[in-house]
Design a protein around this ligand. Structure first.
Ligand code: HEM
Length: 69
């Protein structure tokens, strides 16, 4: 598997993980759960940011490699 494919795959699955954590945080907040639960979305969001920025840069990297404008 190429690096860009594995980054896209990781981004896709982390999006699902992140969405589940947001549902958990919302439910926990509504039910008066502990405060630390509100932070569980941050690790997947941090990795989403890194993989997302990589995916964003891909087309520009490819263009500069081929010399196309
Ligand atoms: C945190 C900063 C994020 C950045 C910078 C970012 C950036 C990107 C970029 C550049 C792409 C590729 C678009 C393309 O195909 O050209 C992408 C795809 C995608 N993003 Fe994000 N994203 C972020 C967060 C999220 C979040 C929070 C979610 C959902 C909870 C999400 C869900 C997705 C999905 C499902 C795709 C399509 C993946 C695929 O092609 O299989 N992203 N994102």
């Amino acid at each position: 598997m190429t690096r860009s494919r594995s980054f896209r795959q990781a981004h896709r699955w982390l999006a699902m993980t992140f969405t589940v954590t947001v549902v958990i945080v919302t439910a926990s907040g509504a039910l008066g759960g502990p405060e630390w639960v509100s932070y569980i979305s941050l690790p997947p969001l941090a990795v989403l940011l890194v993989t997302g920025l990589y995916l964003f840069a891909l087309p520009y990297r490819a263009r500069s490699r081929t010399g196309a404008t």
